[in-house]
Design a protein around this ligand. Structure first.
Ligand SMILES: Nc1nc2c(c(=O)[nH]1)N[C@H]1C(S)=C(S)[C@@H](COP(=O)(O)OP(=O)(O)OC[C@H]3O[C@@H](n4cnc5c(=O)[nH]c(N)nc54)[C@H](O)[C@@H]3O)O[C@H]1N2
Ligand SMILES: Nc1nc2c(c(=O)[nH]1)N[C@H]1C(S)=C(S)[C@@H](COP(=O)(O)OP(=O)(O)OC[C@H]3O[C@@H](n4cnc5c(=O)[nH]c(N)nc54)[C@H](O)[C@@H]3O)O[C@H]1N2
Ligand code: SF4
Ligand SMILES: [Mo]
Length: 768
């Protein structure tokens, strides 16, 4: 099915309700499903070819931050023939429909980029690697010479291998001498990373997925776990079915499939969650449900950089009584009290959150306060009790947050703004003092603005499709036109329309490297097939580029295994220490969680408690990111964003994902079964709003914000919420980011993709 030319979306079949036979039918008769579990979606095996498998190989799914272990079956022609979940991995054999169709992805050769291309007279023409890389090197060198190192930039991805992001970061920050290193994790994880760092002094979660098997209350907020982290959802459902008294609380303006299974569903007004979190804290301290141990021994209460008393914290919360917030929040006071009770009084409470909190103008405050809820109640540092920000992409944690490949950070939790951190990295990289610039570089939004303003003249874009994924995209297109853009991708993409040089990248098992998922678990993907046509791994491209611009000696590790050795040793100078995670261990084991300081160390499932190598002997809890071993609980006021509905723009647009498509769809829309499941891009509206606007399924509507307009088909769904129109962003003929606001969090600089006020107009009625 071509997603751009299809109107059969009314048949949008729900994979979750499909029985075995319908699933096989849906997938065109080519699948063999060995298990559809009680909750109905898990597919553990899928046969793409009937042919026999010659050898099975342990690997990792290339898509999301669940980081599922998969077993890849290669046939005698060395082609990926079968995929199944790895029972020995943390996902216990469970994978979702996208992972089960990895073999299909690898087969989509007609959509792949075949050779380098150079734009000549407005048209992309095939070129040799040497021609393309000579041009790239010349342009970057000239720009650096004429306009200084800050006139060039790298824009990367949470889907590159650790070795690749690390190399790019080292080259740009330690070699060229610019901090203009950013990427799509800015759109995704920045608020979580800043949030954790402010609270614990270090980024990355303390807990792990195993906590799911021990939790009694799940507080799921701004996460459609069912569609976006399906094996995690499956694990939560198994816990729920275990016979224990397990409560699931879901906070989401849309009644998603996740919300559908909740014991308590809180349909908050988009953008107001901080009222809920502060009101829960209000109830907790009023009722005396706080943990005295944590309040006395493990917490510093903070108002900005000042330490304040617990009493002052309580006074701050006075403004957030359930009765005061209920109207604006859209959740009743008794409901707020009820969820505060189940959160505080459970044996173990676990929170899970993703973009509904991160992609918000108050993303950092929301992340701070999620951690506060756990700290104040002592729902942390024991099995099943943990604030777990789930990561989106397969390698946003390992590849980008841990390697420090964002414009304000350095490897292993170091910050650009700290002179001692820069000095340490300069020493470790063996570069002159002062090489690393003292100011953060451009972040995603300011980078594309700098391209608009012609301050950045040349940019290397790897493994991301900003022309479709950036908010308010029309505003940033002039910059993409003007700047010398080098784009490395495996498939055709919107961004390639603006590229001056296109580099065909090797995909997934055509190369080798390490991914690090949500719970600090590092896993190896081994090379199993040769790169398609002329494509090369991103690491090979970066090494070649470094050599051509004069940093061949500095980028001395040239292969993935060599980079890993360098990087593993580097980590031993930090509290991320994973020197014990050798390549050989990664080949044998189902991933290892850092810290893991030596080769005998089993890895660390839970940080800040005994078992974590950095917790001093005799301490039961020690937040070693801060010298006094305490974590920060911040007083964070709710501030209304600019995107509030009014007479002109009376309804909220929120955007996100569907189970069977990946982001901008450049990979997943090439797979027929996934398109059949999702249907083409469209707006979704609740029946109540539909009757207000006098529209029905199949009609064409126009949605307009202060940023832009998009016209598209409409589907009416009971699963949506009155007052909210939803759209996903996978369909390149329906680029919703033309409408989405680029307002962003002032601290993390992460854009708010979740709350844009819009108006709706009917354009045409469905003819059918
Ligand atoms: N199938 C699939 N899975 C994926 C991906 C994919 O593309 N496809 N991408 C991966 C990546 S990179 C990411 S970042 C994750 C994202 O995973 P999720 O964050 O779970 O996915 P989203 O659909 O972006 O948004 C989550 C929810 O936030 C809700 N929301 C909107 N506004 C608000 C609000 O004001 N408050 C609250 N509480 N909730 C709000 C939306 O209704 C939506 O249900 O998924 C990962 N997994
Ligand atoms: N409206 C709206 N927009 C959003 C979001 C939202 O919720 N709503 N979410 C945001 C978030 S959280 C994210 S993470 C971003 C994601 O946004 P993007 O990163 O722009 O989206 P992807 O489709 O994942 O793009 C990855 C590209 O890398 C290519 N690729 C795959 N493997 C390789 C490889 O090995 N090497 C190279 N060089 N290329 C490869 C793929 O073909 C694809 O074109 O979108 C953001 N945009
Ligand atoms: S949940 Fe994520 S990692 Fe697991 S199979 Fe699905 S897409 Fe892959
Ligand atoms: Mo993401």
């Amino acid at each position: 099915m071509d997603p751009n030319n299809n109107d059969d979306f009314e048949k949008d079949e729900d994979i979750h309700r499909l029985d075995r036979r319908s699933f096989i039918k849906l997938a065109g008769g080519i699948v063999a499903v060995t298990a559809l579990t009680g909750t109905g979606w898990a597919v553990t095996e899928l046969m793409v070819n009937e042919g026999p498998v010659k050898s099975w190989h342990k690997s990792v799914c290339r898509y999301c931050g669940t980081g599922c272990g998969v077993m890849l079956g290669m046939d005698e022609n060395k082609k990926l023939a079968r995929v199944r979940g790895d029972e020995e991995a943390h996902n216990k054999g469970v994978i979702c429909i996208k992972g089960s169709l990895l073999a299909e992805l690898m087969e989509k050769k007609d959509h792949r980029l075949k050779q380098p291309m150079i734009r000549k007279n407005g048209k992309l023409e095939p070129a040799s690697w040497d021609e393309a890389m000579t041009l790239v090197a010349d342009k970057f060198k000239t720009s650096i010479k004429d306009h200084g190192p800050n006139s060039v930039a790298y824009y990367g991805s949470g889907q590159l291998f650790i070795e690749e992001s690390y190399t790019a970061n080292k080259l740009f920050k330690g070699g060229i001498g610019t901090n203009n290193v950013d990427g799509n994790p800015r759109l995704c994880m920045a608020s979580a990373a800043v949030g954790y760092t402010q609270v614990f002094g270090k980024d990355e979660p303390a807990g792990c997925f195993d906590d799911i098997d021990h939790a009694d209350t799940f507080f799921i907020i701004g996460s459609n776990t069912y569609e976006c982290h399906p094996p995690i959802w499956e694990r939560i459902m198994r816990r729920k079915d275990s016979g224990k008294d397990v409560k699931i609380i879901v906070v989401d303006p849309r009644r998603t499939k996740t919300a559908d299974h909740a014991d308590f569903y809180l349909p908050v007004v988009p953008g107001t969650d901080l009222l809920l979190l502060n009101a829960m804290l209000h109830v907790i301290v009023k009722e005396g449900w706080q943990s005295e141990e944590y309040v006395q021994q493990h917490i510093n209460f903070k108002k900005g950089s000042d330490t304040v008393s617990f009493e002052e914290f309580k006074t701050f919360l006075e403004d957030y009584s359930p009765e005061k917030v209920e109207e604006e929040l859209g959740v009743s006071a008794p409901q707020i009290r009820e969820v505060a009770y189940y959160f505080a009084k459970a044996k173990s409470s676990m929170s899970l959150w993703t973009m509904g909190l991160n992609q918000r103008v108050q993303g950092v405050f929301l992340n701070n306060t999620m951690n506060s809820l756990h700290l104040v109640t002592g729902q942390i540092n024991k099995k099943g009790a943990t604030p777990l920000s789930m990561t989106g992409q397969c390698n946003a944690c390992g590849g980008v947050r841990d390697t420090g490949s964002l414009s304000h950070i350095l490897p292993h939790g170091r910050l650009i703004k700290k002179p001692e951190h820069r000095a340490e990295m300069e020493k470790l990289w063996g570069v002159p003092a002062g090489r690393i610039q003292p100011k953060p570089g451009y972040n995603a939004l300011s980078l594309f603005q700098a391209m608009n303003d012609e301050k950045v003249k040349a940019v290397l874009v790897m493994c991301t499709n900003p022309a479709q994924s950036m908010p308010n995209i029309d505003h940033y297109k002039p910059g993409m036109e003007k700047t010398f853009m080098v784009v490395a991708d495996a498939f055709d993409s919107e961004t390639i329309k603006y590229a001056d040089v296109v580099l065909p990248a090797a995909l997934y098992i055509e190369k080798e490297g390490v991914y690090g998922q949500t719970e600090r678990r590092y896993q190896l993907i081994e090379k199993l097939v040769e790169p398609y046509a002329e494509s090369r791994s991103d690491l090979d491209i970066l090494v070649d580029f470094a050599e051509r611009i004069g940093y061949g000696d500095f980028i001395s590790s040239k292969t993935s295994a060599e980079v890993w050795e360098e990087y593993r040793h580097l980590s031993s100078h930090s509290k991320y220490n994973f020197e014990g995670i050798t390549r050989d261990r990664l080949k044998e084991e189902r991933g290892l969680q850092w810290p893991c300081p030596d080769e005998k160390h089993p890895g660390t499932a839970r940080r800040y408690i005994p078992g974590d190598p950095f917790v001093p002997q005799g301490k039961e809890v020690f937040f070693y990111g801060h010298k006094d071993g305490k974590a920060n609980v911040f007083l964070r006021p709710y501030i209304r964003g600019n995107e509030q509905v009014n007479d002109e723009f009376p309804i909220y647009l929120t955007t996100g994902r569907v189970i069977s498509q990946w982001h901008t769809g450049s990979m997943t829309t090439t797979v027929k079964e996934l398109n059949t499941q999702s249907g083409p891009g469209r707006f979704k509206l609740h029946p109540q709003d539909a009757s207000h606007y006098n529209v029905k399924t199949g009609d064409t509507i126009r949605v307009t914000s202060s940023r832009g307009t998009m016209t598209g088909k409409l589907e009416i769904s009971e699963l949506e919420t009155p007052g909210v129109v939803f759209a996903a962003f996978y369909d390149k003929s329906f680029i919703i980011n033309q409408v989405v606001s680029d307002d962003h969090d002032p601290y993390s600089k992460q854009p708010d993709y979740k709350v844009t006020r819009v108006k709706i107009e009917k354009v045409a009625a469905n003819k059918a």
